[in-house]
Design a protein around this ligand. Structure first.
Ligand code: PLP
Length: 211
């Protein structure tokens, strides 16, 4: 199947219930061009530098692009991220809230942000612990960030459904409309739990070649 076919098949399954964030990290130019030629305009990237080299020129050619940052953000890259992206999905600590608020004030750009929740309470994983979410939300709103959703990456060795269910519950409790969850292997499950944004890389573009 071609990339255009992959996109069409996923979009048909979504039937307008959620948006496909095509995760373009590591993918070669010809695959990106194929997705663009198919008309796809919503992409996710997990590194600021890499996203900048892949998308800054293409942004000029396609003003209707929307870019989501879906990877961890260091505070010293906050300004560059705010300049490039439309949505930051990975707000997860007060220091980053502060850096983003400052960068938005400096650039005059006011991005939508999601808070990343570490639903599995994993030590090595980014995201705020579910119990610390209310405090971080408070901090972010006070700082003027436009928090419109939550994002999670379930533990690799666990049933994702319970994590999607938890994220949905937290979003409902805090009145947040956007839910970024589900990847190539589990997006159908995420959709059933109310995902509004599916972050899909491999099932759109094929395997990533890190060599
Ligand atoms: C790479 C990545 C994805 C896409 O993963 P696939 O399994 O290729 O669909 C989704 N979310 C995040 C945060 C990622 O870093």
């Amino acid at each position: 199947m071609s990339i255009a076919d992959n996109i069409a098949e996923i979009e048909a399954a979504l039937d307008g219930r959620a948006k496909l964030v095509a995760v373009s990290k590591v993918q070669p130019d010809e695959r990106i061009e194929e997705a663009l030629a198919a008309g796809h305009r919503l992409y996710g990237e997990n590194r600021v530098q890499e996203a900048h080299s892949r998308w800054s020129d293409r942004r000029a050619a396609h003003p209707d692009l929307t870019l989501h940052l879906i990877g961890p953000l260091q505070t010293n890259k906050a300004k560059q991220a705010v300049e490039l992206f439309d949505v930051i999905e990975t707000v997860d600590r007060p220091k980053l809230v502060k850096a983003l608020a400052k960068a938005m004030a400096e650039t005059g750009r006011n991005l939508d942000c999601y808070i990343q929740v570490n639903t599995g309470d994993e030590d090595q994983k980014a995201g705020v612990a579910p119990t610390d979410l209310p405090a971080l939300l408070d901090t972010a709103i006070t700082a003027g960030l436009n928090i419109t959703g939550l994002m999670c990456i379930p533990p690799i060795d666990e049933e994702p459904a319970m994590h999607f269910g938890l994220l949905k519950k937290l979003a409902t409790r805090h009145n947040l409309p956007n839910l970024s969850m589900g990847m190539s292997g589990d997006w159908q499950t995420a959709l059933n739990f109310g995902a509004t944004h599916l972050r899909i890389g491999t099932a759109v573009f094929g395997a990533r070649d890190y060599a």
